[in-house]
Design a protein around this ligand. Structure first.
Ligand code: AP5
Length: 201
């Protein structure tokens, strides 16, 4: 059983690595950003509310995000473990997740922080903007998302470091190389010598 958090700046590769981890570990990757985008696309009340914040690169209010995560974690597929991608991002979300897990008699196993320098993530997201046209990938909004990450979310690493759960992983290099580092970190280096993954760097 693994209950894992994947943290990192916008564009650090959380979504990319969460998908690979999910396939290798047989547990669901749960991305709050993906859930919000699905709700925006379906124009649900949650999506209408979230869109106002996402377009500006702001965090969706904790009350909305926390309720959504509680609901997602209560689904049966998350009972055997999960990879949370992009949650928690605030101290209040850390506290909320602690309460949810305590209510299940569960606790986190590991927290991975992908480390990528700012100019590299800006390059990646501008490239993605051209390929996919994600609405929050304009340079101005990307820079704002990065500022918010540095101010609100990066400090959470100290909390998890203090609990002995945090591993910082170099997120620069081919996707498969980063994946091998991540999987080694969550498995204490034991089960994975390398990941063969054809994704491009
Ligand atoms: P979210 O979707 O989580 O956006 P983000 O954190 O800005 O992260 P990204 O999805 O942009 O990047 P990523 O780290 O997942 O990297 P990826 O693998 O995609 O959240 C969107 C919004 O939702 C937030 O701004 C907020 O409004 C709201 N939200 C979400 N969670 C919230 C929360 N907890 N609380 C409040 N609000 C919340 O890769 C990026 C690009 O780089 C891709 O093109 C990829 O192909 C490429 N790439 C990946 N790895 C590599 C590599 N090793 N080398 C080169 N390129 C690579």
């Amino acid at each position: 059983m693994k209950r894992l958090l994947l943290m990192g700046a916008p564009g650090s590769g959380k979504g990319t690595q969460a998908a690979i981890m999910a396939a290798h570990l047989g547990i669901p990757a749960i991305s709050t950003g993906d859930i919000f985008r699905a709700n925006v696309a379906a124009a649900t009340p949650l999506g209408v509310e979230a869109k106002k914040y996402m377009l500006r690169g702001e965090y969706v209010p904790d009350s909305v995000t926390n309720a959504m995560v509680r609901s997602r974690l209560s689904r049966p597929d998350a009972a055997t473990g999960f990879i949370l991608d992009g949650y928690p991002r605030t101290v209040s979300q850390v506290d909320f997740l602690d309460d949810v897990l305590a209510g299940q008699g569960a606790k986190l196993d590991a927290v991975i922080m992908l480390v990528v320098d700012v100019e590299e993530v800006v390059r990646r997201l501008l490239r993605r903007a051209e390929a996919e046209g994600r609405s929050d990938d304009t340079e101005e909004v990307i820079r704002h998302r990065l500022e918010l990450f540095a101010r609100e979310t990066e400090p959470l690493a100290q909390i998890y470091d203090g609990r002995g759960l945090l591993t910082r992983v170099d997120g620069v290099g081919p996707v498969s190389t980063v994946a091998t580092r991540v999987l080694a970190a969550v498995n204490d280096g034991a089960e994975f010598s390398s990941v063969e993954e054809p994704g491009q760097a």
